[in-house]
Every structure is written in C-alpha cells, then in structure tokens.
Design a protein around this ligand. Sequence first.
Ligand code: GLA
Length: 659
Amino acid sequence: MPSLRDAARGRILFGGDYNPEQWPEEVWAEDARLMREAGVNSVTLGVFSWARIEPHPGAREFGWLDRLMDLMHAHGIGVVLATPTSSPPPWMGARYPETLPRAEDGSVIWYGSRQHFCASSPVYRRHAAALTEDLAARYAAHPALTMWHINNEYCTHCWCDATAEHFRRWLTWRYTTTAALNEAWGTAFWSQRYDSWAEILPPRTTQYRHNPAHLLDFKRFTSDALMECYLAERDIVARHTPHTPVTTNFMPLWAGQDAWAWAAEEDVVSVDVYPDPQDSLGGQYNAMLADMTRSQAGGPWMVMEQAAGAVNWRGVNHPKPAGLNRLWSLQSVARGADAVCYFQWRQSRQGAEKFHSAMLGHSGEQGRTFGEIKRIGAELALLGPEVSGVAEAGDVAILHDWDAWWASTQEDRPSSLLSYTEVVQSWHRGLWEGGFATEFARPEADLSAFRMVAVPHLYLLTDAAIDNLVTYVRGGGTLVCGFFTGIADEDDRIRPGGMDARLRELLGIRTVHEWWPLDAGAVVECEGFEGGLWSEELEPDGSAETVAAYRGGELDGLPAVLRKGSAWYVSTLPAPEALRALLGRAAGEAGARPVMAGLPAGVEAVRRGDVLFLLHHGRGRVTVELPGPHIDLLTGAKADGSVELDRYGAAVLRSTTAP
Ligand code: GLA
C-alpha cells in the first residue's frame, strides 16, 4: 500500500494549497522562485479548479495545469493533485439543479459559494467521476505528482429527494425489513410506525421533536454517503496510479465524518488544523488534533492545512504572534506529522478569503510571516532525516467514537450544555498538562497495549465495546470512566437500569438514581475539588471505594468519584487541576509516566523516536533541566545540563550519552 513515506521520501513535506488560477501567469514564476526560497517541497494544486478545467460542460482545459505541473517539477516541488470536485461550476447547478443540496425545510442551497453538491446526486457523481478519470489519465505519469487529494473537507448534508432514495437504500442494507427498522427506531412512540420503505424521509423540518434514532441513522448515512463519493474518486485515481498515495483532508474534530472509518480507506490521513492564536489552550488543542490524527493514521500523518497567521472566519481574527506558527508546526512534527502544509501559499486579493493569511501574505516577501515561513522551511529540512517515518505511540488511550458523539449531542438530553468535544478536550487537557503521551482509540479496539484507558464520555456503547472494557480491566488494565457513559445501545435505546449492568458491576455502582446536570457556570462541591457541568446521584454496591464525595447540596455525602480496583468512575467534570491530578494519579498507579518530570509550567516535552522536543507555550523565559548532555538538532549547539526557552521557544534535542 502506498504511504506518506512514498511522497515524503525522508523529508518533511512543507508547502501548501496553491491556487494559481487566481493569478496571471507572470506571477507563477515568482511563486516558484519564492517557494524555493522558503524551502517549499510540496504544493496542493487543483482544489478549486473545476470551473477552470471544465468551463463549459464536457470541456477539458488542461494546458494551464500542464504548465504548472512542469513548473513545479522544474523547481523540485512535488504536487499533491486534488480532484476539484468540492466546488462544481455554476453551469452544473444552473443546468442540473438536482445536483444542489436542499436544507431540512426543502430550500435549495445555491451555488455562488463552494461545496454545493448533493452526495447522493447521480448527476453530480457522474460529472465528478468523468473529470477525475480525465485528470488521473492526464497526470498519472507526470513526474511532479506525489499524492492525490480527493475533494476537500467533505462536509455537505442534504435532505433532497435523491438523498431520500439513497437513505432508504442505506436503511434497507442496515435493517433488511421495515419491522427491524421500526424496532430500532422505537416508532411505537408518537405513532411513527413506517408501513413501507417509501414513506421514510430524511429527517426534514417537523412540527415538533424528531425521532432521535432517525437522526442518528441519518448522521451515519451522511458520513457513508460522502464516503461513497470519496471512494469512487479514490478508486479511479488508484487504478491509474496504484503506487501513488491518496488522501482526503479532514476537518478537525468534525462531527460530519466518522474519521475512524474514513481513515481506514486512506493511504495518508490528513487534517486541517486551525487553533485560535488567542486561545491560551491553543497548543493543547493542536496537540489533541495531532494525537487524534496520528491514532487514526496508525503512524505518521499530514497537516494538510494550517494558517500562517489569521483566518477569516472567526468573529475576530487574530494573527499569530511571532514564533507561534513555528511552535505549533514543530509540535505537530513532534506528535508524528511528516507534512506541515498551509492554506494557502499566496494570499488571495479577491474572494471570501482575501483576509485569510497565507505563507506569502499581502505584505509579500518582506513580511514578517514570510520570514517565519522561511525559518520553518529551513528547520523542517533539517529535521526530516531525523524523524520522518517515525511516530511514537503513547501508553494512555482516550476513547473516542462518532456514534457516541452523534447520539450524545442530539436534542432532548438531560442537558444541552453537555458538549461532547468540550468534555473530550478537558480530559485530553488533563493528560497533556500532566505530560502523558496519549493516543485515541475507538471503543471496540484492542486496548491491551495501553496502561490506562480514559473514557471521557461515551453515552452510547455497543455490547462489543462494553465487553471490551470489561475484558481490559479483567486483564489488569486501568480504566477511568467519565459521567453519562454506557447509557444507550447502538440504536440509542436506554439500557435497562439506565446504565449498562456490566459497566455498573465493573465500576461498583448499584444504581444511578438521577442525573443532576448543572447550569452554566454552576459548580458542585466535592471533597477536595469543584465539579462542573454534571453530577449524578449514585448508589454504590459496596464493592467500590469512594475516592471523593459530594459536599453540600442535594448530593451531599454521595460518591462523586468511585473506584473499584483499577476501574474508576468520575460522575462530574472536575475543575482542570483536579482532573489533571486525578488522571495523573490513576495513570501513575497504572505505571504510565510523563514524558519528562519537573518541567516548568507551559513547557511540553514530546519524544519522537530518540528525538526530544521541548515546546514552550508560555511567554516568559524558562530554563529546562535536561537529563544529561544533548545536541540541539536545529542549531548544532551542545546542550549540557539545561536549555533556555524564550516565549514560544522550541528545542529539538538528541541525547549524546552513549546508550
Ligand atoms: C478550509 C478549506 C480551505 C480554506 C480554509 C480557510 O480548511 O479547506 O479551502 O477555506 O479552510 O481556513
């Protein structure tokens, strides 16, 4: 199977989306010159080129792209060639309105922006396949081609009639009979029984609340329907170039695609990462996305896009202060990225993204951002031979699952304040601040390699997943399980007793009497800490120890945190320091160790193979004591005893002590 290694060839890929169709050809030569100057070795071409290649139905204008492919090759720059199928030209929507998506209320999502296609439209699929076929045939043998990039950030949802038909086919595959579907969806409720497949619709605008199982299946279906589009194009390009890796770029922590399932169909797993430079936890968020993507990839992965400075789509768009772009780029490499790429190479002068930063901004080659880009390019060139191809696996796993996410964030839950992603991020933060190397895993995965498994919040768990957790703990593993977990089965049917009986037995809980969600900003006092967001009225079965009890209020004296041997249950969201302490304690008892002890606040240590990355997320100057003599791979300087890190500073070190 082709891999990122084939495209990277011992380097770290560095570059970005290149949209030269927005510029006169005279600019292209300057682009190539400046790319060389910046150390760019990879560009992604063609993402939004459909209208340029096919200006009228059936036309094929490849001449401009031929010249660009040649130009890139002449400058030693590889091309990640995109199928331009995410943004169909206006002629498609005008001639074939059935290719346009429809919203829940039946209104049309018009062209004039991007990603205006219905994944279930046979007409869209036919045109996309024809274009992909011709693109692949034309460039299969081009020496600049290093990788295929299918579409871009698959994310459309559609409720049209073609989608309805497609959804019915998907449901027939899943349930075989309407009786099974009625049972799974609980349609006895509110007289929702379906008498035939033809009656079933996507969950369109309704008078009152939807059927949650219907919504859940529609989310599963939409992820699968988009994946069919991806697979169709992937199979076309793979037929032409069986040895060229294929990717499609994920949005970070995006609910629309089950990334575990998609990643299994990709040669290279890539993601677009846009932490907010203003966010004091931006570094942790970046680390979490890296851990998640590396886990999906099972090895090195690709930052397909990040911003060199500000984006255009937040309310207030802050640039990156000096050093932050470099810090987060090195952080991604530390956590297994073999490619650090940007949206985009040259900042647009027109269009919706003209205020979105780029590697080469409006201020041009004299700009601060371009200066930093050159530094990053030069440093990644040094690091490529040292780290590419290697990706360290952590010994603590965080379980993460799209079905559980989808089911947990629907209407009609005990609390609309409960955000799946915020809970996952809080738990990752606790482990990150504790210095532990973490992986993400799906609930049914083999967990035996991990010293500790953390389950921040998995409302829905299959029987197989529950058995997996029980087996893991019986085999000596340490499980730390967060609140409102194991409540529903895969049809979003509440399990008898309100929480799965096997889990209750594992955790020492006789009964969960009530859930007591908290109002925004409210806290519940617990022994030694405050909890937020959630609390539970638990009755232990006598086999578990109360680690911390609730104090005051309705739950006074009842357990907030329980443990039964190596299985822990945390029924609230402890404040950050408390969660860090709790996870650190459980991980320590499980034999997991932080990457490095005694680090100054704000400094992250990551090992990739035998290379140690020290990353300073704070603003003051700090001194980090080193375990023995090292060499700094970026400067060649010796680092004996300690290194100094300035604001957003980073050191990449190798020990010089003989093993
Ligand atoms: C996404 C898209 C890019 C661009 C950036 C802007 O990642 O893939 O085309 O729109 O967002 O941040």
